[in-house]
Design a protein around this ligand. Structure first.
Ligand SMILES: [Zn+2]
Length: 370
């Protein structure tokens, strides 16, 4: 018996009486209009964060899969630089480099909380010619509770047959998936997060195109099928394989960090996981940690130490590791309790299931949490 099935039943009985803070009432959406980059690829726009916001998700796009964008500079209402692409680790803010659609989340660390008032965001789009994009913001104004819930939707994309009876109907009682959801419950509980309602859907689009994800466009186009404007949950797409350019095995892939939380119709609107976990010795536990990890990225978490040891998350209470043997990669055996046992460790491993208080602090502020 798992709490999420009790919650699902509870909601069914209430029949839409509303779940405090779960819907649009906890969010403020703002259209920031269209902006066009100048000859250097930059454009500055004001972002006025409301007084009661606990987080601000600013987005710009789409600009296509062949083009990359990031923030060049972010200045707070007091005139302080809170992100500078020339030295991203100088502050506790992070902005990724993304194709097609750029989500930017404040805050991604309690060391740099969100401030109300007019920020100045300088967007940089790496293109030879001016690019016009639509920008917007989702401000979460719902206060943060001690215990926070994250709902999920599982979408099965042509994997029935790859794994026996893995479609929306049978997944509800499928042993590996049931164990995986229990593992997510157990791991996220360490950060004060409860896995809430879980919906099961079969993919309604062209399953043949997305059963194997072999480029960024397929990944983005699949995530784009999340409904607009998107509800407050994390959508997990199950596919057979994700193929990397360099031949590496990719077990799961999240938009971001952060994903476009509470936003549908964008190439950053969800998470993709593969059915490779079913071949593992402890498939439920492995899949659960994989989903909890990718869901963590979607909600705003970074790796404590990146694969090559060059970068670290902006959190003060997650362990850091450096490339001691100088082989260009921080390995799980090299880093042990210096990060390899954290859920957000860059490589999948049996021991990676710890969560820190700061990680929970970030996840609880996502627009996808309530
Ligand atoms: Zn990761």
């Amino acid at each position: 018996m798992y709490p999420y099935s009790i919650l699902a039943l509870f909601l069914l009985v209430l029949g839409g009486c509303g779940d405090e803070g779960k819907g649009e009432e906890g969010l403020v959406r703002e259209d920031l209009g269209k902006v066009t980059t100048d000859a250097d690829g930059g454009v500055t726009l004001p972002v006025d964060v409301p007084e009661d916001a606990v987080s601000a998700l600013i987005t710009c796009g789409p600009y296509g899969y062949d083009v990359l964008a990031t923030a060049d500079l972010l200045v707070d209402p007091g005139g302080a630089t809170i992100f500078d692409d020339d030295d991203p680790e100088a502050t506790a803010m992070r902005v990724n480099v993304e194709d097609d659609f750029l989500p930017m989340l404040m805050p991604v660390s309690p060391d740099l909380d969100v401030q109300a008032g007019e920020h100045q965001l300088t967007l940089y789009v790496d293109s030879d010619s001016p690019v016009t994009v639509s920008c917007g913001a989702v401000y979460r104004v719902q206060p943060v509770e001690e215990e926070t819930t994250v709902d999920a939707r599982l979408v099965f994309v042509g994997v029935d047959g790859t794994v026996d009876t893995l479609n929306a109907q049978y997944a509800k009682t499928e042993a590996v998936l049931t164990a995986a959801l229990a593992e997510i419950e157990s791991v996220w509980a360490r950060a004060g997060i409860t896995l809430g309602e879980v919906l099961y859907d079969d993919f309604s689009g062209d399953t043949d195109s997305y059963t194997v994800i072999d480029d960024d466009k397929e990944f983005g186009d699949l995530l784009r099928t999340v409904e607009t404007p998107g509800d407050r949950r994390v959508t997990f797409f199950f596919v057979q394989d994700i193929t990397a350019d360099d031949g590496a095995t990719i077990l799961g892939l999240s938009a971001g960090p952060p994903g476009a939380a509470a936003m549908g119709g964008t190439s950053k609107s969800g998470v993709v996981v593969t059915t490779a976990a079913w071949d593992e010795a402890d498939p439920g536990g492995f899949l659960g940690r994989l989903m909890a990890h990718e869901g963590g990225h979607f909600l705003g978490l970074y790796h404590p130490t990146e694969k090559d040891g060059s970068g670290h998350d902006p959190l003060g209470d997650t362990p850091e590791c450096s490339d001691g043997d100088g082989d260009g990669q921080v390995s799980t055996s090299e880093c042990g309790s210096n990060g390899a046992d954290n859920l957000m460790w860059w490589a999948a491993s049996d021991g990676a299931s710890d969560m820190s208080a700061d990680q929970g602090w970030v996840m609880k502020r996502s627009a996808a949490a309530h």
